[in-house]
Design a binder for this molecule. Structure first.
Ligand code: NAD
Length: 441
């Protein structure tokens, strides 16, 4: 989870001693000393990112084939009459005034749940996903089958495929884009940084380019992340807190996404809402996340690794149940407000919003493990170690009052109940409904 060194571990908020008389003078001189250094390092990072993006874009447009970056899966795009019919049917709202939403990352964890919720209330939904193998493709296929039962079509394609996106926008007047496709995961960025640039930066720009040219332009809601708060130590995290200290490349690409969103809103009049999700969990969740891999390993009798921060402090997360996050996403779409541009030109100011979607009550990792042990009826073998410097942060804690005021967001599922539902799904999905005999509590 987070850098364990003392210099990166936030001090207990509110306990910093300050000599008031010298405080402002010290801040001013520190600012002078560090401002130019910050500016230089900031510009260097920006330049490096830009060069990397240009390199990736140029290497991904060979002969109309696009690679997933993370996993080098080639995806060809072949529209035909059957394909067009499926697209149109999937997009047909079942109620008057229903939205028509393109959901990126629809075979992903959050994308699947949001797509189902929209379809259930009568909106038209079309998915797009490149089915990359960052985690088990079989799980993405199973989610796809779930959506197909509800007549939601997922196009197998990459969000960097501009030709594919343009064809879709020519075919369908999407009222909204729910953009959830991304290279997720904090630690994987140290293994495969290019996949983050490919999906989270280049892919975002490709989507925004197509949206700004669309007529009418759709309103956009997209997933940023609580990781943008990085080393921020003021709790709970509020939307106005500083987000210029990302602790991972993943966080840096999400922060870059927020700045890119500002640009497209400012120049082209796109209505854009960014949602900072806080550790979303639940049925059909992501196998790379701790609650999921702990469950798998506890059931196999394998030891689980629990990280601790400096001074043996337990790590904590503001675990947010998927149904609560879905409500926040749907409400964001409903309240998004129109984009104002047409033909690539802005006609007036458009909404630009950012919201925390968290649960407001962080739970420590050992607590999470105890709840899992209880629901799984199996005792975990624990290996507690000092957290390596791998991009994680020691704690997250959301202030959701803005989302509450503007979206009516009100998370109601605590970790105890949410994990019970997750475990029920996990056992059923893996055909493990019968109790595990070894190491019973
Ligand atoms: N789950 C969380 O706790 C959490 C927390 C903060 C932010 N987020 C963000 O929420 C969004 C959804 O997360 P999730 O947990 O559902 O992740 P996920 O990995 O399950 O879903 C993302 C989906 O996007 C697809 N995808 C990735 N790159 C693509 C590309 N270039 N083109 C087309 N499809 C692509 C993947 O195949 C995957 O199915 C992501 O943007 C993620 O960064 C999630």
């Amino acid at each position: 989870m987070a850098p364990s060194e003392t210099d990166n571990f936030p001090s207990t908020p509110g306990k910093v001693k300050m000599d008031r008389s010298n405080y402002f003078g010290r801040v001013a001189s520190r600012w002078h000393a560090t401002a130019s250094a910050r500016l230089l390092s900031g510009s260097a990072i920006l330049l490096a990112l830009t060069l990397f993006v240009l390199f990736r874009i140029s290497s991904y447009t060979v002969a109309g084939r696009y690679m997933t970056g993370a996993n080098s899966v080639p995806i060809a795009f072949k529209p035909d009459h059957v394909w067009e019919t499926r697209v149109r049917q999937s997009c047909l709202p079942k109620k008057d005034e229903g939205l028509i939403v393109l959901v990126t990352g629809a075979a992903g964890f959050v994308g699947t749940h949001v797509s189902l919720a929209l379809k259930k209330r009568g909106d038209g939904v079309l998915g797009i996903d490149n089915f990359n193998s960052y985690y088990e493709v079989s799980l993405k296929r199973a989610r796809q089958a779930l959506l197909e039962k509800q007549e939601i079509f997922i196009i197998e394609g990459d969000i960097n495929n501009k030709e594919l996106l343009k064809t879709l926008f020519d075919l369908i007047q999407f009222t909204h884009l729910m953009h959830l496709a991304a290279q997720a995961g904090v630690r994987y960025a140290m293994q495969n940084p290019g996949s983050y640039v490919h999906s989270n930066i280049a892919g975002l720009i490709t989507l925004l380019e197509v949206c700004k040219d669309a007529n009418p332009q759709p309103a956009i809601v997209w997933a940023s992340s609580s990781s943008v708060y990085g080393l921020n130590s003021k709790v709970p995290f509020s939307e106005n807190d500083r987000t210029d200290q990302p602790a991972s490349l993943y966080a840096a690409t999400k922060k870059a996404g927020e700045e890119i969103a500002h640009t497209y809103n400012h120049i082209y009049g796109l209505s854009i809402t960014g949602l900072r999700f806080f550790t979303v969990y639940g049925p059909w969740g992501r196998p790379d996340m701790a609650y999921f891999s702990f469950t798998r390993d506890i059931l196999k009798g394998k030891p689980i690794t629990i990280y601790q921060g400096s001074n043996k402090q337990d790590l904590a997360r503001d675990f947010t149940y998927i149904d609560d996050v879905v409500k926040g996403c749907v409400s964001s779409l409903d309240t998004a407000g129109m984009s104002t541009g047409s033909g690539g030109k802005k006609k007036g100011p458009a909404p630009l919003r950012i919201f925390n979607l968290g649960n407001t009550s962080p739970v420590t990792v050992p607590n999470l493990v105890s709840i899992l042990e209880k629901h799984l009826k199996v005792k975990a073998k624990k290996n507690v170690i000092k957290m390596p410097r791998n991009g994680d942060v020691p704690f997250t804690h959301a202030n959701v009052s803005l989302a509450h005021d503007q979206l009516g967001y009100n998370p109601t599922t605590n970790l105890e109940i949410g994990l019970k539902r997750f475990v029920k799904w996990y056992l059923s999905y893996h055909g493990l409904e019968r109790p595990v005999k070894s190491r019973r509590l």
